[in-house]
Design a protein around this ligand. Structure first.
Ligand code: SAH
Ligand code: DHB
Ligand code: MG
Length: 246
């Protein structure tokens, strides 16, 4: 139960007359607002645009982070002065490029991908963006690559972005902790999924994975974490951000 005083008031509705009684807060508004944010703050960028264009051409699903989310990852990388970044789930390398551009000099992004076709498209996109030399794409099942990274002493990572198969998130989170240090930030994408996660009896494997990860997070003394719900051009979803504190 949420304490009563924590139940804050909602943002005031637009004043009448400013907009007629129509539903002004719709999915179209979320998308239009993202487009506005992109115009103002996320300037168009040839390499990122080409990455999305070639991903679509190759038939990859358009499930990359949105441009404002990509920029958030970039800002987090810079906040961390990151030299080691781990990403689980490369797809066409769109988020990878955002992350790689936030690296400190001498830094590296290690990104894990299961699908060889995705990795091939990503490699080209990443090279065209000029970050090929600082990105290491590791092909294979993440659950098999993660223990290898530990063995190789590839960590500790400064920033970790979990964005692959959602049912495995609890396992990926456990591996992330092993590959972390005090101060590592772990971001987990797609943790709200239209709110299906709320249903404790859900049979949806993604939602079950997210609920299991939240159970882990709520017991885990090594991290402080929160979840932010998002709306925008990707619909209604959210991300979890966890800071490793010991
Ligand atoms: N981070 C990307 C989107 C990733 S989509 C971006 O925002 O641009 C999820 C990716 O995870 C897909 O390419 C999928 O092939 C990959 N994936 C799914 N299961 C995986 C697994 N078990 N190990 C590694 N990658 C996996
Ligand atoms: C899906 C995966 C993602 O990583 C995402 O950001 C959105 C959707 C998906 O598998 O549907
Ligand atoms: Mg995602």
């Amino acid at each position: 139960m949420v304490p009563e005083l924590w139940q804050v008031s909602r943002v005031a509705p637009n004043s009448p007359g400013e907009q007629s009684g129509a539903t002004i807060v719709s999915e179209d508004t979320w998308t239009a607002m993202d487009h506005y944010v992109i115009e103002k703050l996320v300037p168009s960028d040839a390499a990122l645009e080409a990455a999305l264009r070639d991903s679509a051409k190759a038939g990859l699903p358009a499930i990359n982070v949105s441009p404002p989310q990509g920029k958030l990852l970039h800002i987090l990388a810079r906040t961390q002065a990151a030299r080691r970044i781990l990403e689980v789930g490369t797809l066409g390398g769109y988020s990878t490029i955002w992350l790689a551009r936030g690296l400190e000099k001498g830094g590296r992004v290690t990104t894990l991908e299961l699908d060889a076709d995705h990795a091939k498209v990503a490699k080209k996109n990443i090279e065209r963006a000029g970050v090929g030399k600082v990105v290491d794409i590791r092909l294979g099942r993440a659950i098999e690559t993660l223990p290898k990274l530990l063995k190789e002493k590839a960590g500790p990572f400064d920033l970790i972005f979990l964005d692959a198969d959602k049912p495995s998130n609890p396992e990926y989170f456990e591996w992330s902790l092993k590959l972390s240090r005090k101060g590592t930030i772990i971001v987990i994408d797609n943790v709200v999924r239209n709110g299906v996660v709320l249903d404790e009896k859900t049979t949806n494997e993604e939602a079950k994975g997210i609920r299991r990860m939240n159970d882990l997070l709520s017991r885990e003394k090594r991290v402080v974490a929160t979840t932010i719900q998002t709306v925008g051009m990707k619909g209604y979803d959210g991300f979890t951000i966890a800071l490793v504190v010991k």
